[in-house]
Design a protein around this ligand. Structure first.
Ligand code: FUL
Length: 509
């Protein structure tokens, strides 16, 4: 009996051990892979998804036909004949742009909002005074923010750190002995503190109320790193960052090399093929070169993704002699920015009426139609037959390859935990003519992939169609000529941690 009891006790213990092992295997199979090095904040993740939005350069330069406002004209020059910020927002929303970033103050120093920080503001000009006397708002930042809200797009603010109006090295003959003759506090060797002025302006902007008394919502603060003078001003970026974080916790702080997003290193809306979302320097450290900013730093210290700023015309401000780029040129720009994991910030400047000219709106809409025609040709459906070299813990439901087809940005395919190379293959069921691929890494857990190849099965043989390096948030690969195939495979051939693919799509007929 005793032996039997012992045997049955042993069986129970053994069953218990087995069950525990099974439960822990199941639990492990359900655990998401750990994050790899740097990851985006929730705000950065949301920002990545904006992809394409407008820059609006508007201010005294629009009327003096300048780019930098070195003429230092009085605010009377700011005289839009038919200002309509709704027309801006509607045009951008119709064009599929996710938001707009307005120059609240460009290098010239003239404020487009009602401020206590300077007399050099449009509010002191004739246009604004006339409007206010008619009971209309003359606060262009407030008006534009309200229009963005009305049309459901994001609103960002450009506030130039370099301020010609306060820079002693910049002459201002037009302003001598006027109320605009203000202390020249830009630069370390001058009395007073420009950082305080800047912090005040920033605070006013991020705490602004709209006409309906709702608080302004700022999605991005564009703190330009450029300066055209020898005056050296050491900026107090930490203070500026704290102000932004306190009042607009959801906002992205753009700077030459961060904090939250970086310059792409050129002003052409393009970047090189390899793009890492990280870099390893802060805003206070020596600047990276343009080339370094384009590529970024693999496994760098900070998640600081790139944004490519570009112009629809030659200048940032409107000049009647210039023409907009064609939709084809914008499409090629888009594929070399958004298609390389970099957000595209396209400047579309209002003219002296205070509206975006029809020709520019037409190009934006044509470009949208072109994008729609290109992207609305996805061939993979959630029902497509998809297989993979392995699946994490064998858990197809959580980590299976079908996750790349489900259109859900929270799900992804993960291969076995100890693997960094492997493949995923989709069978289209019948032959199609394919010409482009869209691949997304699950960047919420970091950027991992360093090399990939996409194949099409042609005549029973795996034919290399694309070979690339980084993937990141989104990679669009376009073939120079269509290929006929019914099966497509993506192979990850190098990754620094087990790769996680969020989405894989093929475009064609
Ligand atoms: C540059 C400025 O100097 C240009 O005027 C423009 O605003 C561009 C977006 O940034 O640094």
């Amino acid at each position: 009996m005793a032996r039997v009891r012992m045997a049955s006790g042993f069986r129970w213990v053994s069953l218990l051990v087995q069950t525990t092992v099974w439960f822990s295997a199941v639990a492990n199979a359900q655990d998401p892979p750990p994050a790899y090095l740097q990851t985006p904040t929730p705000q950065q993740l949301e920002w990545h998804r904006l992809e394409y939005y407008a820059f609006v350069h508007f201010g005294p330069n629009t009327f003096t036909n300048e780019e930098w406002g070195v003429s230092q004209s009085t605010p009377d020059v700011f005289n839009p004949t038919a200002l309509d910020t709704d027309q801006w927002a509607k045009s951008f929303a119709d064009a599929g742009m996710a938001g707009m970033i307005l120059t609240a103050k460009h290098h010239d120093g003239m404020a487009l909002w009602k401020t206590n920080s300077t007399t050099y503001q449009i509010g002191n000009g004739k246009w604004a005074k006339d409007r206010v006397s008619q009971g209309l708002s003359a606060d262009v930042v407030q008006l534009a923010a309200a229009s963005a809200k009305k049309y459901g797009i994001k609103f960002g603010i450009y506030l130039s750190p370099w301020d010609i109006h306060r820079d002693p090295a910049m002459p201002k003959p037009n302003l001598t002995s006027t109320i605009y003759d203000e202390p020249q506090i830009f630069g370390d060797d001058t009395p007073g503190d420009y950082n305080e002025l800047y912090a005040q302006q920033l605070t006013e902007l991020v705490t602004m109320q709209l006409d309906d008394v709702s608080p302004i919502e700022v999605s991005e603060l564009w703190l330009d790193g450029n300066s055209g003078s020898d005056t050296v001003q050491t900026f107090n970026w930490t203070d500026f960052r704290n102000i932004i974080r306190e009042y607009q916790p959801g906002a992205i702080m753009w700077g030459h090399q961060g904090v939250d997003a970086r310059w792409v290193g050129n002003e052409d809306g393009v970047t090189v093929a390899t793009n890492w979302h990280c870099i390893s320097r802060t805003q206070d450290e020596t600047h990276y070169s343009g080339e370094e900013l384009q590529t970024g730093v693999r496994d760098g210290t900070y998640w600081t993704p790139a944004e490519a700023d570009a112009r629809i015309r030659d200048g940032w401000f409107y000049h009647s002699t210039e023409q907009p780029k064609t939709a084809d040129v914008l499409m090629s720009m888009y594929l070399q920015s958004v298609g390389r994991s970099v957000n595209l910030l396209l400047d579309v400047p209002p003219d002296t009426t205070g509206q975006i000219v029809q020709g520019d709106v037409d190009v934006l809409l044509e470009f949208k139609a072109q994008r729609d025609a290109f992207f609305n040709r996805t061939l993979f459906t959630p029902e497509a037959a998809v297989t993979a070299s392995s699946v994490r813990g064998g858990n197809d439901t959580l980590f299976g390859p079908a996750n790349v087809l489900d259109g859900n940005s929270d799900t992804y395919w993960a291969m076995n935990a100890d693997e960094t190379i492997g493949w995923l293959e989709v069978d289209l069921g019948e032959t199609h003519s394919i010409d482009a691929f869209i691949t997304q890494e699950h960047i919420a857990l970091g950027q991992r992939v360093g090399e990939y190849t996409i194949y099409g099965v042609v005549g029973g043989v795996y034919k290399t169609l694309v070979s690339g390096t980084s993937l990141g948030y989104k990679r669009i690969d376009r073939l120079s000529a269509p290929v006929q195939t019914s099966r497509v495979r993506i192979s990850i051939t190098q990754a620094n941690a087990t790769p996680l693919l969020n989405s894989f799509q093929v475009l064609g007929e």
